[in-house]
Design a protein around this ligand. Structure first.
Ligand code: AMP
Ligand code: TRP
Length: 342
């Protein structure tokens, strides 16, 4: 049984600390123990209004930050989703297995969708996510809590497909990070820190300069009272800072709380820890050239393509479509052989 993992990052905005602690770091930490595939989900970024030039820029930036954050392309496949047409093809085929009712219920659509001008792709986006996962015979999907429902849908679709058309798909599972499953916005601790939040005051972007990081943390909303205690219900602001420090240091939030006399000293310590965490990543990021990033993505696409195309062929056959025979080796247009993917 494979223990392969996959993770995807939408280039809808610059990556923020919640992405790093909730998704990037867990993936990078496990990459030498478990075969891992990571992709920049640029097709997903088309589900909301977008600017083409900005999308291209963010796609490169997200890939660069993954590399700077420690993704090792010798063991991990990193590619850009739109480089593999298999995602779009499997998306359509899975739409023929999913029902309107089940995707309409997804929380993210309820939150972001609604108006008649909403892109139809926002409704069907969880099915594209299912295609991303099922393309690669994935066993584990490390995601933040907000994405768990989409992995559940993926499981439902895989089981239904296998029952209807034969055992084609591996049924994946969501894996939540032990810490930092949900980093909250510093200016509104009831909201998730997100790269597209309306105000950026409470969002710590991975490429924010140290003085900006410090200012945002020192201005974080705290709660009434002055005592530093860990109580997510009654003191969500302070508890979010404690959770952040806990995710960075590995110590328990309750134990960290005991070390600080007041909110000011807790904030200063959090700022120091966040800056120390991000500085080396920023340094490595600024050393990468756009060519380095492009080259890594091209290599990854070549590695991922073979596996993805093989899955689509299995699905086509199971559903009663025919699959064109690949051209004989050596004939014009034959793709060059890709390095063996893990
Ligand atoms: P997104 O920014 O929505 O593309 O998310 C990319 C990955 O980061 C997903 O696995 C999310 O669950 C995770 N993630 C995003 N924001 C947070 C957050 N505030 N706390 C924890 N995980 C997050
Ligand atoms: N939907 C995810 C998000 O918004 C990104 C994503 C797309 C993803 N496809 C995926 C994550 C496949 C894990 C696996 O964060």
């Amino acid at each position: 049984m494979s223990n392969r993992r996959i993770s995807g990052f939408k280039p809808t905005g610059p990556l923020q600390l919640g992405n790093y602690l909730g998704a990037i770091r867990p993936v990078i930490e496990a990459q030498h123990r478990q075969p891992t595939t990571v992709f920049v989900a640029d097709l997903h970024a088309l589900t909301v209004p977008h600017d083409p030039a900005r999308l291209r820029e963010l796609t490169t930036q997200v890939a660069g930050l993954l590399l700077a954050g420690g993704l090792d392309t010798r063991s991990t496949i990193l590619y850009r989703q739109s480089d593999l047409p298999a995602h779009a093809e499997l998306h359509y085929l899975l739409e023929c297995v999913a029902s309107y009712g089940e995707v309409h219920r997804m929380i993210q659509f309820k939150e972001k969708g609604g108006g008649s001008g909403t892109r139809l792709s926002l409704l069907t986006y969880p099915v594209l996510m299912a295609a991303d996962i099922l393309l690669h015979d994935i066993a584990e999907v490390p995601v933040g809590r907000d994405q768990r429902q989409h992995v559940e849908l993926t499981r439902d679709l895989a089981l239904r497909f296998n029952e209807r058309f034969g055992p084609v798909f591996t049924v994946p599972e969501a894996v939540l990070p032990q810490v930092a499953a949900r980093v909250a916005d510093l200016s509104d601790p009831t909201a998730k820190m997100g790269k597209t939040n309306a105000s950026t005051n409470g969002v710590l972007f991975l490429l924010d300069p140290p003085d900006v990081l410090r200012r945002k943390i020192m201005r974080a909303v705290t709660d009434t009272g002055t005592e530093v205690v860990y109580d997510p219900e009654r003191k969500p602001g302070v508890s979010n800072l404690l959770d952040l420090l806990s995710a960075i240091t590995g110590d328990k939030s309750e134990q960290i709380a005991a070390k600080y006399e007041n909110y000011g000293s807790l904030k200063a310590a959090t700022a120091d820890a966040v800056i120390a965490l991000l500085e080396p990543i920023q340094r490595r990021y600024h050393e990468l050239t756009p060519q380095d990033i492009e080259q890594a993505l091209a290599q990854g696409a070549a590695q991922a393509r073979e596996r993805a195309d093989a899955t689509v062929s299995r699905v086509r056959n199971a559903m009663g479509l025919t699959t064109a025979q690949p051209a004989p080796a050596g004939s014009p247009g034959t793709p060059t052989t890709a390095p063996t993917p893990r």
